[in-house]
Design a protein around this ligand. Structure first.
Ligand SMILES: Nc1ccn([C@@H]2O[C@H](COP(=O)(O)OP(=O)(O)OP(=O)(O)O)[C@@H](O)[C@H]2O)c(=O)n1
Ligand SMILES: C[C@](O)(CO)[C@H](O)COP(=O)(O)O
Length: 229
C-alpha cells in the first residue's frame, strides 16, 4: 500500500476543569472554535494528511452545524469519543486501515497552537524511530510531595513537560492499542512504552498550550491578539 499519514484529533473529553456550558473544544478563541483552529493547523501543514476527529456521539451534529456556520470544508472523518482518552485514541485508530503504511499523529483537540516546525520534527523523528513526542524543559523549581505532605526539591533538568502531537508508526500504534487499559495511560506515548518500546523526544513549542482551565483561554486570546501564534 502507498505511504499515507494520518492525524487523529481527540476531542472526546468532558472539559470538567474548564467548567463551561459549551464543551471547551467548541469555545471561540479569536472568533473561531478551538477545534476548527486545531483542524486547520494540520490541514494547512499538509492538505494530504488524512484527518480523523474523535467527538462524543451527542456532539457530532453540533460540530457539523459549526462547520456550516463557519464555512469550513476541510475533509475529515469522525469517530466516537470514549470514556477515557485511551478509548478515544483507540476509536480514532480504528478508522486507520489495518494495512496502512506510514505514521499516525494523535493530537489533543484543545491544543490549537502547535507550530509547523514541531509537527515537522515529530513526523521526521517518528519515521526514524517509530515513536516521537514533543517536550519542553521545566522552567519553575519542581518539588516532590510525599504522602505525609512533606516535600523536597527535585532536579528539574531530569524532567520535561509533554505535549502533542504524539506520532507513531501505524503498525506499532495499532499493536499497542490492543493492550488493556491501564490507569497510567495519561497520553499515547505511555501506551507505546507499556509494550517496552522507546519514545523519542523532540523540542515542542511553549505556545502549544492545552486549553484546560479558563486561565488558558485568556492566555490563548492574548497569544492571538499579540500575533504570537
Ligand atoms: N475520554 C476522553 C478524554 C479526553 N479526551 C481528549 O483529550 C484531550 C486532552 O484532555 P483534557 O484537556 O484533559 O480534556 P478533558 O478530559 O476533557 O478535561 P477534564 O479532565 O477537565 O474533564 C482533549 O482534547 C480531550 O477532549 C478524549 O478525547 N476522550
Ligand atoms: C496528552 C497530554 O496532553 C500530554 O500533555 C495530557 O497528558 C492530557 O492531559 P490529561 O489531563 O491527562 O487529559
Amino acid at each position: 500500500m502507498a505511504e499515507q499519514d494520518y492525524v487523529i484529533i481527540v476531542a472526546g473529553g468532558k472539559g470538567t476543569r474548564m467548567g463551561s456550558d459549551v464543551p471547551k473544544q467548541f469555545l471561540p478563541v479569536g472568533g473561531r472554535p478551538v477545534l476548527m483552529r486545531t483542524l486547520e493547523r494540520f490541514h494547512d501543514y499538509d492538505p494530504l494528511l488524512r484527518l480523523i476527529l474523535v467527538l462524543p456521539k451527542e456532539q457530532q451534529s453540533y460540530w457539523r452545524s459549526l462547520c456550516e456556520q463557519y464555512a469550513s470544508d476541510i475533509p475529515h472523518q469522525v469517530a466516537d469519543g470514549g470514556a477515557t482518552r485511551f478509548e478515544s485514541s483507540r476509536n480514532g485508530l480504528a478508522l486507520v486501515p489495518d494495512d496502512a503504511c506510514g505514521v499516525v499523529a494523535i493530537h489533543d483537540g484543545v491544543r490549537p497552537f502547535v507550530a509547523k516546525e514541531v509537527i515537522d520534527r515529530c513526523f521526521e523523528a517518528a519515521r526514524e524511530d517509530y515513536a516521537a513526542i514533543p517536550v519542553y524543559a521545566v522552567t519553575d523549581t519542581l518539588r516532590y510531595v510525599d504522602e505525609q505532605g512533606g516535600g523536597r526539591n527535585v532536579r528539574r533538568s531530569d524532567y520535561r513537560v509533554v505535549q502533542t502531537p504524539q506520532v507513531f508508526d501505524i503498525t506499532l500504534a495499532k499493536q499497542a492499542f490492543k493492550q488493556p487499559y491501564q490507569e497510567n495511560f495519561t497520553d499515547d506515548a505511555s501506551v507505546i512504552e507499556a509494550m517496552g518500546c522507546q519514545v523519542a523526544m523532540v523540542e515542542g513549542n511553549r505556545e502549544n498550550i492545552k486549553l484546560t482551565t479558563p486561565f488558558d483561554l485568556a492566555v490563548a486570546e492574548a497569544l492571538i491578539k499579540e500575533q504570537l501564534v
